[in-house]
Write a protein that binds this ligand. Structure first.
Ligand code: ADP
Ligand code: GLC
Length: 480
């Protein structure tokens, strides 16, 4: 099949979260299966640097209609592996900046223009470049206009640009919600600015467009597909999602085992496997050294790697500060984001510098070292569409402590409830239930044979993309 992916992040070029990993691994694996895959990505500074180094060529110059304006852009292409072409939509004014969505403090003010421009440029490229796509698969709000714009372009030009469109919701909490006047920038007919179109309580909701106007809608775990049809998890779009229930499916993400495998991971000081864990002890020692902490082998290490946002349940961890102060444990956090959460974590470090460490940075190497060096990985998310770190943790032999939501519930089995199959500890999304799980973690840690069994079951689980890719292939075939 000729498959086009459209996304605002792609590992290893631009990443702020799991979206980059998911799209990168899916596209790469589809290409390995022999499909012809193109990925469209905004030409962010970091991506353009990669592209230049890879000898990218410019294939098109565009004049993109944006409201009353025509804005110039160009399209550069490079191919990092057979059957895979990366297309960068470049316009320096929009994308030659340090952050992808904001400057760290707040979102860029021209995000509506940036991503509407991106979507329009993608559709123009599909038309002018004569792609003949079988499937156009867009991800999240930044790409959500693509299915609708394609439909409009097909109508306007009497062409078929894509046989079918697929839209994936990686996180319904981010919707691309903008003031009503932004609708004018889409140049779409006014009748699409209504309740059954992009209009949402007198604003414009781009994610809603992706959900309504694609042939198939997917999300990244089966449980999240059910959750987003409820008011508790639908972030105000549950009614909209319900209208697509028949075309909605939750396909669990995989993990990129080329990047996340403790037996081959080049970012670790030592490698290891379920059969030989000596390397894991070296990773632990190196992690402690890098954090300036001391802990004997009898002291459990808890790790966190996360965007610091309300989603990730950091408040639940902070609400349990007494637990970390009262017990001989260590807590190592890697994450940036919300200023308040960062500050409260710093406060905890100031209180307990010998027990708690915070790295407020984006650090790929450190994220691997935490997964490898810790005994437990904390992920008490309030909601979690899929989540990747709980899967990384299991294959790295680091027992995940997670909440019973979304992809976390779909990928972790509680070791107390199911002693024969358990690979982690599962609690409810509230501080009291997390505290209970933390105590259960201490109990597990002090029972060496049981801990080893839980860890080994996790390490032997297969989370590779093969399963997920086969499911996407079936979905595409079925849609076609
Ligand atoms: P989300 O996409 O909601 O952030 P996921 O669990 O799907 O959550 O993916 C998060 C990804 O981002 C993981 O690969 C994780 O290791 C990575 N990550 C998050 N914060 C950092 C950080 N500060 N440094 C390096 N990697 C990070
Ligand atoms: C989003 C979700 C996360 C998911 C990732 C990749 O960022 O928050 O749960 O794993 O997308 O699909």
């Amino acid at each position: 099949m000729k498959i086009v992916h459209v996304a605002s992040e792609l590992f290893p070029y631009v990443k702020t979260g799991g979206l980059a990993d998911a799209v990168g691994a899916l596209a790469g694996e589809l290409a390995r299966q022999g499909h012809q895959v193109s990925v469209f990505l905004p030409g962010y500074r970091a991506a353009v640097e990669h592209a230049d180094a890879a000898g990218a060529e410019r294939i098109l110059r565009l004049k993109v209609e944006l409201g009353q304006d025509y804005l110039a852009g160009d399209v550069r292409v490079f191919s990092p592996q057979p059957n895979l072409r990366i297309h960068l939509i470049c316009r320096e004014e929009f994308f030659d900046r340090r952050g992808a969505y904001g400057n760290g403090e707040r979102d860029f003010e021209d995000n509506a223009d940036r991503f509407i421009f991106f979507c329009k440029a993608v559709v123009d490229t599909l038309r002018l470049g004569d792609f003949g796509a079988d499937i156009v698969h867009a991800h999240d709000w930044q790409a959500a206009l693509v299915p609708l714009l394609l439909r409009e372009a097909e109508r306007r030009h009497g062409l078929t640009l894509a046989l079918k469109t697929v839209f994936t919701v990686h996180n319904i909490a981010y919707q691309g919600l903008f003031p009503a006047r932004v609708f004018g920038r889409t140049n779409l007919p006014d009748e699409l600015n209504q309740m059954d179109g992009l209009e949402y309580y007198s604003q414009v909701n781009l994610l809603k467009g992706g959900i309504l106007f694609s042939d198939r809608v997917t999300t990244v775990s089966p449980r999240y597909a059910r959750e987003i049809q409820t008011p508790e998890f639908g972030c105000g779009l549950d009614g909209v999602v319900q209208t697509r229930a028949e075309d909605l499916v939750g396909l669990l993400n995989g993990i990129d085992t080329g990047v996340w495998n403790p037996a081959t991971d080049p970012l670790l000081p030592a490698r290891y496997s379920a059969g030989d864990l000596r390397g894991k002890a070296k990773c632990r020692a190196e992690l402690l050294r890098r954090c300036g902490l001391e802990a004997g082998p009898g002291v459990p290490l808890f790790g966190v790697v996360a965007r610091l946002t309300a989603q990730k349940g950091i408040d639940s961890i902070l609400a349990n500060r007494e637990f970390f102060l009262a017990h001989d444990v260590r807590l190592i956090v890697l994450g940036t984001g919300d200023r308040r959460l960062e500050e409260e974590l710093r406060e905890l470090v100031r209180e307990q510098p010998r027990k708690v460490f915070l790295a407020a940075a984006l650090d790929e190497g450190m994220s691997h070292l935490i997964e490898a060096g810790c005994d437990f990985f904390l992920m008490p998310s309030a909601f979690e569409p899929c989540g990747l770190n709980q899967m990384y943790s299991q294959v790295y032999g680091t027992v995940p402590v997670v909440t019973r939501v979304g992809g976390l519930a779909d990928t972790v089995t509680d070791a107390d409830q199911d002693p024969a199959a358990g690979t982690g500890l599962v609690c409810e999304p509230n501080p009291a239930s997390l505290l209970d799980a933390l105590h259960r973690a201490l109990a597990l840690f002090s029972d060496a044979p049981r801990h080893a069994a839980v860890r080994e079951r996790g390490m032997r689980r297969d989370f590779s993309w093969r399963t997920a890719v086969a499911a996407y292939e079936r979905l595409y075939q079925d849609a076609l």
